[in-house]
Design a binder for this molecule. Structure first.
Ligand SMILES: Cc1cc2nc3c(=O)[nH]c(=O)nc-3n(C[C@H](O)[C@H](O)[C@H](O)COP(=O)(O)O)c2cc1C
Length: 339
């Protein structure tokens, strides 16, 4: 327990090195989604850490405005983890020299990205094929950074090389302060089922906090993953898009259309302010289709909302006559699966 500003006791769930984390669930890094506006919306609902989307070390050194946006955050989002993709010690450390003055709370090393163009440079999940190198890089970053360093891994490259325990031990020995484990191999990409047994094995094997990730779609899944794996934190990716209420432990079916609309409006206005109206509205399209999920008339509304070019146009579709029907019946929850 720590004392809050007003002497109120605030509970923190666990610590990553010296950084207290006030909650058990957090938005996963999601390139193309987890920007300042979306992370902030999720934080308001209870997401406990803000991860930037992955940023390539080279881009930090040579990138322009787009990269600066990737490494942007608000003070209200703290603790903030900047996620780096790198495969060369010198390049990683010079990227750090540019990022550290910005004052992130954590540096997270991406060792799980399955994209071919990333892996061909030896970055992301390619590092799982070179565990000793992954360990050397992690140690170098730990020694260079004055803040705790974390890593995010997958289970291995493919089914025949599931070396997550070896990688986890090496990274812990290198001094990382927490490990996020996405329970899939690189070969699986985002298909098949995440292996929560493997996450449980990692949790058993390490003394640092372990954050479980993969296939958490409902508040009940959060509990199931924690019970099944013993993990300290639960990282939620795809299921949070269009559903930040998952961080408040609420079922999306229980969120009224009016409440969804209020959040959509705020998210959209934030995007327009952050990126400028034209780009903000375009970037918001992939969010709005997910916010519409489960709404009566979503199919009829979608083409109109996707064609809208201004904030006013988007809102007039969402507030117009097509939207009067409200939220659909809750879908029946699947029975508890004994994972
Ligand atoms: C669109 C998209 C972008 C992603 N970007 C990143 C990223 O930048 N860094 C990262 O470590 N993982 C990234 N991931 C992987 C997620 O963080 C997460 O590990 C994965 O989606 C599994 O979790 P989920 O089943 O809750 O979605 C991305 C996934 C998706 C779908």
């Amino acid at each position: 327990m720590v004392m809050g500003k007003k002497g109120r006791e605030q509970e923190f769930a666990f610590s990553i090195g010296s950084v207290p984390v006030q909650g058990r669930t957090m938005l996963a890094p999601l390139a193309g989604y987890s920007d300042v506006p979306f992370r902030s919306i999720c934080r308001e609902q209870g997401s406990a850490v803000s991860y930037t989307p992955c940023i390539t070390d080279i881009a930090v050194t040579y990138g322009g405005q787009r990269t600066e946006r990737l490494a942007d955050w608000l003070d209200a989002e703290r603790p903030v983890a900047v996620q780096l993709l790198g495969a060369d010690e010198g390049t990683l450390l010079s990227a750090l020299d540019r990022l550290l003055p910005l004052g992130p709370d954590l540096i997270d090393l991406n060792m799980g990205c399955p994209a071919r163009r990333v892996n061909s440079g030896g970055r992301g999940a390619a590092l799982l094929c070179e565990p000793q190198k992954a360990g050397r890089l992690a140690r170098a970053v730990v020694e260079h950074a004055p803040v705790p360093v974390t890593a995010k891994i997958r289970l291995g490259w493919d089914d025949s090389t599931r070396n997550y325990l070896q990688v986890a031990h090496i990274l812990e020995d290198a001094g990382i302060a927490a490990l996020a484990v996405h329970g899939r191999t690189r070969e699986q990409q985002y298909g098949g089922q995440a292996d929560w047994d493997a996450i449980a094995e990692v949790k058993q094997a390490l003394s640092i906090p372990v954050i479980g990730n993969g296939d958490v779609r409902t508040p009940a899944d959060v509990l199931r993953m924690r019970n099944h794996t013993g993990c300290d934190g639960v990282m939620i990716g795809r299921a949070a898009i269009g559903n930040p209420w998952i961080f408040a432990g609420r079922l999306i079916q229980d969120v009224s259309y009016e409440e969804r609309l209020a959040t959509v409006r705020r998210h959209l206005l934030w995007m327009a302010e952050y990126y400028g109206e034209q780009l903000g509205v375009v970037l918001f399209r992939k969010h709005v289709v997910r916010y519409l999920h489960g709404i009566h008339n979503a199919t009829a509304m979608r083409p109109h909302v996707l064609a809208a070019a201004t904030v006013e146009d988007v809102l007039s579709v969402l507030e117009g006559e097509l939207a009067t029907a409200g939220v659909t019946q809750p879908e029946l929850e699947e029975e508890d699966d004994e994972r």
